[in-house]
Ligand binder design. Structure first.
Ligand code: ZN
Length: 342
């Protein structure tokens, strides 16, 4: 039977239990793991399928694996002439026969796709979306050949600080980009269990659940993102605003789809539970804003309200919310703002 391609160390760190050399998917904790896996096809693809035949050096058996996006660090290749060493892959895969990771014989088909992919640089016409040039780095500046190498690196950091929800979020992103959403969702859930204010994990949970049309749970996570945004320091202010604006747009669309059953703004119970009493939905509701789902920037003013003081980090000319203070009185209706174009 083929292995589920899950790192035993991951399960051990998520559950505190030993799940053997080759854990199955049922060992993954989390409330959404099953529904995400079952509806995997509904998630928008991270990259186009990119299968190659690899030989595992540990068990000598062959298998076809989805390698994701190939990144070539051409600068390094020029330096030492070793193309193989400087190819990175975003797809998360382990040997389906022995569950070993990263011990591969690189197939020629990879080198050929890279050569074909580099033709546009040489004046060719077809560009290959699965080949890119440059270097993938983790948040700490380290660089790894296989997604399983990067995973191992993050798990070692987590061994030292298992309660660091931000690192768990980074690990979740790695699985998600590696086209293993069931691993990603389990890790994101773990991340918000450790820290209910992990805004980026709430965002991605909301996004994944919205895509598989689990609107009530998607709504919950997007609203948690809004509630804790003002305290979140791990993102630059403008990126935070972009994320909030996209989340708000999703909430707006889901509310529309469900005839208001999915609340756009945090509910009184959610406000109370999060102890964020200073965000009163009153003045927000009182403000009249024109929002258009196909123009995410129309959600910026609302996003800035949820950012609290963090909105002040955005350069004044880039800010959209021009009320000096959020007052109790409803803000007068404003004309739709001119669109900013970069
Ligand atoms: Zn093997």
């Amino acid at each position: 039977m083929a292995h589920s391609q899950i790192n035993p160390l991951l399960i051990q760190m998520l559950t505190g239990k030993d799940a053997g050399e080759s854990p199955t998917r049922s060992a993954l904790p989390g409330a959404y793991v099953r529904e995400i896996f079952r509806n995997k096809e509904q998630l928008s693809p991270i990259y186009e399928k990119n299968h190659h035949m690899f030989t595992c050096k540990s068990c000598s058996r062959k298998g076809k694996y989805d390698v994701g996006i190939l990144s070539v660090n051409s600068e390094e290749v020029v330096k030492d002439g070793d193309t193989q060493k400087h190819i990175q892959m975003t797809g998360y895969f382990r040997c389906k026969h022995c569950n070993e990771a990263g011990n591969w014989e690189l197939p020629n088909s990879i080198l050929i796709s890279i050569m074909v992919g580099s033709l546009p640089l040489l004046g060719g016409s077809e560009s290959n979306p699965n080949v890119s040039f440059g270097k993938n780095q983790l948040f700490d500046g380290t660089s790894h050949q296989y997604a399983t190498d990067a995973e191992e690196h993050l798990l070692q950091i987590l061994k030292e600080s298992p309660g660091d929800a931000y690192i768990w979020n980074r690990l979740g992103n790695l699985y998600q980009k590696g086209n293993r959403p069931e691993l990603g969702v389990s890790v994101f859930e773990h991340s918000v269990r450790l820290d209910p204010k992990q805004v980026e994990s709430h965002y991605t949970l909301g996004d994944m659940l919205a895509q598989i049309e689990d609107f009530p749970n998607a709504g919950y996570h997007f609203r948690q993102m809004l509630l804790h945004a003002r305290e979140y320091k791990r993102l630059p202010a403008e990126k935070l605003r972009d994320m909030l604006a996209i989340g708000l747009r999703e909430l707006f669309i889901m509310s529309d789809h469900t005839d208001g059953e999915v609340s756009i703004l945090p509910t009184p119970e959610e406000l109370e539970a999060s102890a964020q009493q200073e965000i009163q939905p009153g003045p927000i509701v009182g403000m009249e804003m024109e929002v258009f789902p196909d123009d995410v920037e129309t959600f910026y003013p609302l996003a800035e309200i949820f950012m609290g003081l963090r909105a002040k980090e955005i350069p004044l000319r880039e800010r959209t919310l021009n009320v000096p203070k959020v007052s109790k009185a409803p803000v007068k209706k404003k004309k739709k703002k001119r669109k900013r174009r970069k």
